[in-house]
Ligand binder design. Sequence first.
Ligand code: HEC
Length: 109
Amino acid sequence: MGQILLVFLVLLTGCGSRELSPRTTADRAFPADFSHIRERILIPKCAPCHENFTSYKVLLDSMVVPGNPAGSELYSIIESDTMPPYSDHLIFEEKAAIKTWIEKGAPYP
Ligand code: HEC
């Protein structure tokens, strides 16, 4: 019985250790990379009105200053809940993902 329990515990901790990473829960749910930001934020929440905002080139040409979230219109406009205009404002984790992505230098993808 003790042995079975031990095996069980080893399995449990073995499985658990794969989950260990320096990332937070929020990071896992909203990874700060362009493909996730595009799929999960820009397409559902911006593209209905701004179709071209799903383009990396358009964003970099007009609204994103790599390394500088405060200087990026994309971040200031979502951070202040100015966009989307009526509802469906970005939640904290979505804003954080965009901020981190810009801080990292807005890499593609
Ligand atoms: C329901 C439609 C709608 C949605 C959804 C929407 N926008 Fe807008 N957006 C507008 C309109 C309309 C304007 C023009 C507002 C004005 O000039 O007063 C605008 C203006 C902007 C501007 C100013 C520059 C420009 O192109 O005119 C930015 C930047 C912007 N939106 C970003 C976003 C982002 C980022 C999202 C998604 C998080 C978003 N918008 C979602 C309708 C929308």
